[in-house]
Design a protein around this ligand. Structure first.
Ligand code: ATP
Ligand code: MG
Length: 177
C-alpha cells in the first residue's frame, strides 16, 4: 500500500470552529484506528467537554493542556511563566512528533502562541520541517502567520458571519466548552 501522505493542516480565521473542527478530524482519525494527540498551547478556564470525551476515548485519543491560562493582558513575570509553558509545550510537541507513536498531532491555539510572542514562528517552522512523512499535523488559532500557511497543505479560514456573543448570549455548555 502507498505510504500515507501526512498533511499539514491549518484552521484559522476569526469565526468559531477552529478547535472544534480539529477535534472533529481527530475523532474521525481515531475512528479509523489512528492514535491522536492534542496539545493545547493556550489553556482556557472552562471545563471543556472534549477533555472528558478524551478520557472516555482512552489511550489513543489524548488531550494535554500545556498552556498557563489565557495570555491576554498578561505582562511581566506572569508573561515569563506563559513563555516557559509554551516553550515546554513546543519541546513536548517535538518529542511526541519524533516518537512515531502518533498518527495525528493537533497543536491547538499554536497560532495564538506565536501571535503573543510565546513561541517563535521560526521554532514552529522547524517543527513543521521535522514532521514525519506519514503523520498528520493540525495547527489552530486566529491570525496564522503567512510562513506557516505557505508550508501547509490544507488551510481553512473560519469567517464570522454571526456569533451569539454579539447579542450578549453567554458561552453555552456543549457549544463553547
Ligand atoms: P471552538 O473552540 O468553538 O471551535 P475556535 O477555536 O474557533 O472555537 P478561538 O479563537 O479558539 O475559537 O476562541 C475561543 C473561544 O472564543 C471559544 O469559546 C469560541 O466560541 C469563542 N469565539 C470564537 N469565535 C468567536 C467570535 N467570532 N466572537 C466571539 N467569540 C468567539
Ligand atoms: Mg480554538
Amino acid at each position: 500500500m502507498k505510504e500515507r501522505d501526512g498533511l499539514i493542516i491549518v484552521n484559522t480565521g476569526n469565526g468559531k470552529g477552529k478547535t472544534t473542527a480539529a477535534l472533529g478530524l481527530g475523532m474521525r482519525a481515531w475512528g479509523q484506528g489512528y492514535k491522536v494527540l492534542v496539545l493545547q498551547f493556550i489553556k482556557g478556564n472552562w471545563k471543556y467537554g472534549e477533555l472528558q470525551a478524551a478520557e472516555r476515548m482512552g489511550a489513543d485519543f489524548v488531550i494535554r493542556q500545556m498552556g498557563e491560562g489565557f495570555v491576554r493582558n498578561v505582562k511581566g513575570d506572569a508573561l515569563v511563566d506563559h513563555k516557559d509553558a509554551a516553550e515546554d509545550a513546543l519541546c513536548n510537541a517535538r518529542i511526541e512528533m519524533m516518537s512515531g507513536k502518533w498518527d495525528m498531532i493537533i497543536l491547538d491555539e499554536i497560532n495564538y502562541a506565536i501571535k503573543f510572542g510565546l513561541v517563535s514562528v521560526e521554532a514552529v517552522l522547524e517543527l513543521l520541517e521535522a514532521k514525519p512523512q506519514s503523520q498528520h499535523l493540525v495547527l489552530t488559532g486566529r491570525d496564522a502567520r503567512q510562513e506557516i500557511i505557505d508550508k501547509a497543505d490544507l488551510v481553512t479560514e473560519m469567517r464570522e458571519i454571526k456569533h451569539p456573543y454579539k447579542k450578549g448570549i453567554q458561552a453555552q455548555k456543549g457549544i463553547e466548552f
